[in-house]
Design a binder for this molecule. Structure first.
Ligand code: HH2
Length: 401
């Protein structure tokens, strides 16, 4: 018996440890570690000759690249591709592509950037710095609305809102998200004046007292500006800077951090069509466009967080797929926020109508989001989520003694 066992060495640290365990030469460990991690990198819109060269180069390196069938005889003008190879092969591909024509030099630069580990992200706010990636961050939801789907009407009064905010901080919330307009499917928009009337007294009251950054959940630029003036440190825009053309420049001017979320259409229309040709591809493309419009307005990438928008124009099955594949969004290089708490896909999957009865499903979703790469989870049940995601994090980072 040779006791065959398939190892999971996708993490370079774990690969190194296992190679050392077989007693490999230290030189060999360094050489083999990048061979242990397999990558599948999707590339969009290559010119046909470029796709041809890419495939040939990957084959010569011992890997491969999937391209459209018409590429070989240039029957198509452009093709997407999936590069298939070890981390080491893809790294060597970069050198091979750099001097080539047809836009491959630029592809080499983008691949090199993808392979380079980025700086660990940090949230800077007037109270200091909050590092992301050292442990999962928990964002507590504070809805100052009469009609939110799971906690509407509970925190309308600034005093009650402060009590709940302090309770969530006590329970381990790293951030608080204050919203004055429900975005549940079919919800009607709230006029700007009414939204301000709901949230401003609460933010003014909370921000100096809670000791954690406060975010404002709004897609309206004037509301965002007033909220930041009142003490908010983040703007959480469910429309990904799409619904108010002034939002990107407002964020740039205020110097705050922005969460750009993916949503199809508006809360009124988003559930009318939840079919996608390529769900993760569409979310990735839309978030990339949001990050670019932030950059064009002068918001640096380290101040942009991305969010796939669970429940916003997605089918119940689609939301499950997002939870499993959320790590693909890491290629955008921004912190990832996921908000699955108490949402209807949990009710549909588990057969539970009352949103307040969806705790276990919400915890499972938060754990999966963190396990698959989310930096921040937006939740109603802070106490329970803090414990659940901290355990998931401990498992993800556990090392043998
Ligand atoms: N979900 C809701 C609201 N805002 N923001 C981000 N970034 N991500 C989310 O998933 C998200 C969000 C909906 O949840 P909730 O605030 O509890 O309900 P309502 O919109 O009915 O107030």
């Amino acid at each position: 018996m040779y006791h065959l066992r398939v190892l999971d060495l996708s993490d370079p640290g774990r690969a190194r440890a296992e190679l050392e365990r077989v007693g490999a030469d230290p030189e060999g460990v360094a050489r083999m570690t990048p061979k242990a991690g397999f990558l599948a990198v999707r590339v969009s819109g290559l010119k046909a000759p470029a796709a041809n060269i890419l495939k040939q180069e990957m084959l010569s390196l011992g890997g491969d690249a999937a391209v459209a069938r018409g590429v070989v005889n240039c029957a198509v003008e452009r093709s997407d591709a999936i590069i298939l190879g070890t981390r080491r092969q893809v790294r060597r591909l970069v050198g091979k592509l750099r001097p080539q024509p047809f836009g491959l030099g630029r592809l080499a630069d983008e691949l090199a950037a993808l392979l380079r580990p980025g700086e660990p992200p940090v949230l800077r706010w007037h109270g200091g710095e909050v590092p992301l990636g050292r442990r999962p961050l928990v964002m507590g939801v504070l809805n100052v609305t009469p009609d939110s789907f799971s906690d509407g009407g509970e925190h309308f009064d600034p005093g009650a809102a402060l009590d709940r905010a302090l309770e969530m901080v006590e329970q381990g919330a790293d951030l608080l998200d204050v919203g004055g307009e429900s975005s549940r499917p079919g919800a009607d928009p709230v006029p700007e004046e009414e939204e301000l009337r709901r949230i401003l007294p609460v933010i003014e009251h909370l921000a100096p007292r809670v000791g954690v950054p406060v975010s404002v959940d709004t897609y309206k630029a004037p509301v965002a500006r007033r909220a930041v003036e009142a003490g908010a440190s983040l703007v959480n825009d469910i429309s990904g800077l799409r619904m108010d053309p002034a939002m990107a420049s407002t964020v740039a001017q205020t110097g705050c951090t922005v969460v750009v979320m993916h949503m199809r259409g508006t809360p009124r229309t988003m559930q009318t069509d939840t079919r996608y040709e390529d769900l993760m591809g569409e979310i990735f493309g839309a978030l990339e466009a949001s990050v670019e419009s932030a950059a064009e307005a002068g918001v640096p990438r380290e101040r942009v967080w991305i969010d796939p928008g669970i429940g916003f124009g997605k089918s119940p099955e689609g939301n499950l797929v997002i939870l499993r594949r959320v790590g693909e969004l890491r290629s955008l290089g921004c912190p990832i926020l996921v908000g699955a708490s108490r949402k209807s896909f949990i009710g549909r999957t588990l057969g539970i109508d009352d949103p307040r009865d969806r705790l276990e499903g919400s915890l499972a979703a938060a754990v999966l989001a963190v396990w698959n790469g989310a930096h921040v989870v937006r939740v109603h049940d802070v106490h329970e989520t803090r414990r659940a995601v901290d355990l998931a994090w401990a498992v993800a980072r556990a090392q043998e003694e």
